[in-house]
Design a protein around this ligand. Structure first.
Ligand SMILES: *[C@@H]1O[C@H](CO)[C@@H](O)[C@H](O)[C@H]1NC(C)=O
Ligand SMILES: *[C@@H]1O[C@H](CO)[C@@H](O)[C@H](O)[C@H]1NC(C)=O
Ligand SMILES: *[C@@H]1O[C@H](CO)[C@@H](O)[C@H](O)[C@H]1NC(C)=O
Length: 344
């Protein structure tokens, strides 16, 4: 039989200003714990197989796992496993997915002018951005509650004494599947383009109101679709095995660990090989979820480390089953192919 390589991933990056507010310190030690346990088992029990511990930097916007994949880091792996902490209050483990995500950048280019002397000579790029922002805010009511759209403004040398001639907005569009995300992204991009691109024939012919808005701002718009990441496809066979181990040894799985609105570069890995990415909750204070300073505090507590080791032990058991049970490994591969068919 072809010998399998099982890998565990140690994400390890932190966030500017708030440190390990996403708990990647716990993911880091989880991979190390599992790899050490697996190595010991392989040596003591003479098991044929390969264990790989892959340290993956730059998860937060840097696409570390995707870049490593492109450079061949996963070539000897058949299965890839990791875990991620989410907010408590109590301990739980679940297999919910994450959201597919796309970055979109919008730039408005106008014309600057003295805000007191001759503001009528200006084309206000900040106004254009504010209008588009509000348009997206209205659209939010007509998107599904499982979708997420967030944007921020960026400008250089902004000053109330000048009409801003350049504005940037950075947006993240998320949805439960890549296909749904692409649909919502289209609707969001329409909010940026129609109003402000005065050369758009739709505006010229059909929408006198919008044409007015376009002329009022008079700005040019440039929309750039940046990187995208898929949602996580949790491998069903690996997931069932994890649930079984957790149930037998550590109590129930439940859906209490709510980080399914987040996104991860692991999504793309789960599209190219069987993967599993359980979430486990650590005790947090109310409002102290991922990406807050409260989570940084929670992620360093001893009880969080204990919670991390529970899911790590379960992941080690799942990985060892891949290495030692050929039928199970085939089920994992079949589940992957089945899932691929389903998503088309
Ligand atoms: C808002 O966006 C829609 C597209 O979703 C577009 O048709 C419309 O022109 C925009 N309206 C305003 C007032 O920004
Ligand atoms: C992730 O995979 C999708 C295809 O499934 C691809 O379109 C996207 O560009 C990938 N993301 C990155 C960052 O390579
Ligand atoms: C999360 O997973 C649990 C099972 O682990 C399931 O009962 C629940 O419906 C899932 N939640 C969402 C939002 O998909």
């Amino acid at each position: 039989m072809d010998r399998e390589g099982v890998s565990w991933v140690s994400t390890m990056d932190a966030l500017p200003g708030i440190g390990h507010a996403c708990g990647h310190n716990l993911i880091g030690i989880s991979g190390v714990a599992v790899a050490l346990a697996a190595k010991a088992a392989i040596e003591n029990l003479n098991i044929d197989g390969k264990v790989i511990l892959l340290g993956t930097p730059a998860e937060e916007g840097g696409l570390g796992k995707v870049l490593l994949y492109e450079k061949g880091a996963h070539d000897e792996m058949d299965v890839c496993l990791m875990c991620h902490p989410g907010p408590g209050p109590r301990h739980s483990i679940d297999l919910n997915s994450s959201l597919a995500i796309s970055h979109v950048t919008v730039e408005y280019e106008g014309h600057t002018a003295h805000a007191g002397l001759c503001p009528w000579e200006g084309q206000n790029a900040l106004d254009a951005a504010v209008l588009a922002y509000n348009n997206v805010s209205l659209l939010r009511q007509q998107i599904k509650p499982t979708h997420r759209v967030q944007g921020v403004f960026e400008g250089k040398y902004w000053n109330p004494g000048f009409i801003p001639d350049h504005a940037i907005m950075r947006w993240l569009v998320r949805a439960p599947t890549t296909a749904e995300m692409e649909d919502t992204r289209k609707r969001i991009i329409a909010c940026f383009e129609l109003v402000f691109n005065i050369d758009n024939p739709l505006i010229k012919r059909r929408h006198p109101f919008f044409r007015g808005a376009a002329i009022a701002s008079g700005c040019k718009v440039k929309v750039t679709v940046g990187s995208t990441c898929n949602e996580i496809r949790q491998n069903k066979a690996l997931g069932d095995e994890l649930a079984d181990v957790v149930l037998k040894r550590y109590g129930a799985m439940d859906d209490n660990c709510d980080i399914m609105g987040a996104s991860t570069d692991f999504g793309n890995i789960s599209y190219v090989m069987p993967g599993l990415h359980p979430s486990f909750s650590i005790p947090t204070v109310p409002g102290g979820g991922n990406h807050t300073p409260g989570f940084t505090e929670a992620a360093r507590s001893e009880v969080s480390h204990d919670a991390c080791l529970v899911v790590s032990k379960a992941l080690a058991a799942v990985g060892m089953r891949v290495l030692t049970d050929e039928t199970f490994f085939h089920n994992v591969k079949d589940a992957f192919e089945e899932d691929k068919k389903q998503r088309g």
